[in-house]
Write a protein that binds this ligand. Structure first.
Ligand code: ADP
Ligand code: MG
Length: 441
């Protein structure tokens, strides 16, 4: 099956201040040197392009954060022979909630009915006539701020008051899905196959599902239609790896995409599977395609997260049934892990043109902001002892699992000052340095 061939030259795409999704350990067994190229922000485009060329990189692997998306469109255009994994087109949804909506509309993927507009008159008319509740969101920027920029309004008066205060542009508002079991479902896919899925339930008295606000999660009973919708979105995005948040309407049982992106928090063993999948792809099948049985998350999910965080390189052998068993064990459904189609420019939906330049909009994050922003809302400095998970999540580059980890260390009284963090996160010195200005010393 495998032709002897030269492997492409692989490089990791990193950005200063952004936590790294992959490193060498996720690509165990790759026989060649893997290069690294780090984007330093602020007019670093040309230098970055030259470094990729100088290192003769064929494939750049890594996520691009929202603030760098437009820059990386230009970088990719200047490197036509470099394959980005995921492709720039695939990462369109990472940039904003508006893009998620446009993506779902283009590919006819079920999502809440949404208005996106820069026109205040249109917005006003919408809020006079729409059904309530509406969910209003700040469209731009990284998601996973734990609902910090997501609001529920129950009537016209509340909508007006919210926009008077928040000044979000564009106005982005959608029908609230009456969420079944007050939860939504996170599905992670590799090569269009669901490899992990779980429910996230809201905390008592909350409408928003937020595990950092007292909500909890469960790996059990993820419905088939949520998996099918996630697969449909992954295929439309041509995503090597992908995650969707899906809400189920409690009245109709219909599944809707709430968010989808290539950037998400995932335990290391899942990143190992992604690395293995990419090696399989790039080697034309020389490396083994990871075999991840459907619903294996139900079994893995029985372990404590502190154990799951340390599991690495999980391997499931394909069970080889006897002739008698073969019938019963035949794989059900269309959930095979497969190659993604090649992305092309026309995959990307047409964007809604803002009346101003993007960087003149009140809620736009500029590249420079990545280093200085993060202080969302309040001006006060945080105390590591009582910072909430939600607040931790607002720090630029913070990932869910890291935030949870920090919170645990604080609760176990292993961390009492911000400086102590550095002892536990030795590999991310730079990142901690960045966060330090938001904390009391
Ligand atoms: N249209 C909607 N209907 C019902 N609940 C929603 C809707 N949109 C968002 N939510 C709830 O709010 C949460 C946060 O919204 P989301 O769009 O995921 O923003 P964030 O960037 O904060 O993760 C979701 O996980 C879900 O619980
Ligand atoms: Mg979310």
């Amino acid at each position: 099956m495998v032709k002897k061939q030269k492997l492409p030259k692989l490089g990791f795409l990193y950005l200063d201040y952004v936590l790294r999704f992959f490193d060498y350990s996720n690509f165990r067994g790759w026989p060649d040197k893997i290069e690294e190229v780090t984007y330093h922000w602020k007019n670093d485009k040309t230098r970055f392009i030259n470094e990729v060329k100088r290192k003769k990189i064929d494939v750049l692997v890594g996520n691009i954060p929202a603030t760098a998306y437009e820059t990386f469109k230009e970088i990719a255009a200047a490197l036509p022979h470099v394959r980005f994994i995921p492709s720039i087109e695939t990462q369109f949804s990472n940039k904003s909630k508006e893009n998620v909506t446009l993506f779902c509309e283009k590919y006819n993927i079920a999502a809440p009915k949404t208005i996106i507009t820069y026109d205040d008159k249109k917005a006003d008319k919408h809020f006079k006539n729409c059904s309530y509740p509406q969910i209003v969101k700040r469209s731009y920027g990284a998601s996973n701020y734990g609902g910090y920029f997501v609001h529920k309004v129950d009537n016209y008066r509340e909508a007006k008051a919210l926009f008077a205060e928040k000044k979000y542009k564009p106005v982005y508002s959608q029908n609230a899905i009456p969420l079944k079991d007050s939860g939504d479902i996170r599905v992670m896919l590799i090569g269009h196959k669901p490899v992990c899925a779980f429910w996230r339930y809201s905390g008592a008295g909350q409408w928003i599902t937020n595990t950092s606000q007292g909500g909890n999660m469960s790996y059990d009973n993820v419905p088939m239609n949520a998996l099918e919708l996630a697969v449909k979105a992954s295929k439309a995005a041509k995503a090597e790896y992908w995650a969707c948040d899906i809400g189920i309407d409690e009245n109709t049982n219909k599944a809707y995409i709430i968010e989808c992106a290539t950037a998400f928090a995932a335990f290391p063993y899942i990143r190992d599977w992604i690395g293995q999948y990419i090696m399989w792809d790039l080697s034309g099948g020389k490396f083994r395609l990871p075999h991840v049985p459907l619903f294996s998350w139900e079994e893995l999910g029985k372990m404590d997260p502190s154990v799951l965080r340390t599991l690495r390189h999980l391997y499931f052998a394909k069970y080889e049934p006897s002739a008698d068993g073969a019938y019963w064990l035949a794989d059900k459904g269309n959930f095979d892990m497969q190659l993604t189609d090649e992305a092309k420019a026309s995959d990307v939906p047409e964007s809604i043109k803002p009346p101003l330049k993007e960087e003149e909009l009140p809620t736009f994050l500029k590249e420079d902001d990545v280093a200085t922003l993060s202080k969302i809302g309040e001006e006060r400095l945080y105390n590591v002892v009582d910072i909430s998970l939600t607040e931790l999540m607002t720090l630029e580059g913070m990932e869910e699992d890291v935030a949870v980890n920090i919170k645990e260390l604080v609760e176990e009284k292993k961390i009492t000052t911000f400086e102590k963090l550095a002892d536990y996160f030795i590999s991310s010195k730079e990142q901690i340095q960045q966060w330090s200005k938001f904390f009391l010393k």
